[in-house]
Design a protein around this ligand. Structure first.
Ligand SMILES: [Zn+2]
Length: 131
């Protein structure tokens, strides 16, 4: 079978240009990835607190699950959350070993305040003795 020239100018075999077909697939994939990133970025705006500092997607997802569950009235103890000794109105809920969410115990329930890394948690903790 002889190679033919497609309308796009590429030469090849078959009914359509495989080069253009391939680059169109790659283009669509890039679009899809970009679109997914945009949606991902948008979701941060609807979070009760800024979760952007979390380094992994699955940490963000886990943090959101904790935020939603606690908002719905789930007990923080379920997530190994603890009241702080220095302030019984602050509840710390671990996301993993390195990150935790601080909640303030309000009359309406637990209100998320901030995400802290392990280091920040150890240094910002007011009244806590440094190691
Ligand atoms: Zn082509």
């Amino acid at each position: 079978m002889a190679k033919k020239t497609f309308p796009c100018g590429h030469k090849g075999l078959g009914q359509y240009c495989h080069k253009c077909q391939q680059s169109s697939i790659e283009h669509n994939n890039q679009e899809a990835i970009r679109h997914e990133k945009q949606i991902w970025e948008q979701q941060f705006k609807t979070d009760a607190i800024d979760l952007r500092k979390l380094p992994h997607k699955n940490l963000v997802i886990k943090a959101r699950a904790i935020l939603v569950a606690i908002k719905e009235g789930q007990a923080y103890q379920v997530f190994n959350g603890k009241r702080m000794n220095y302030d019984r109105h602050i509840v710390s809920v671990p996301i993993d070993n390195d990150y935790r969410i601080l909640f303030k115990d309000d009359k309406d329930g637990l209100v998320p305040v901030v995400v802290l890394s392990h280091e920040e948690y150890n240094t910002k903790k007011p009244g806590a003795s440094k190691i």
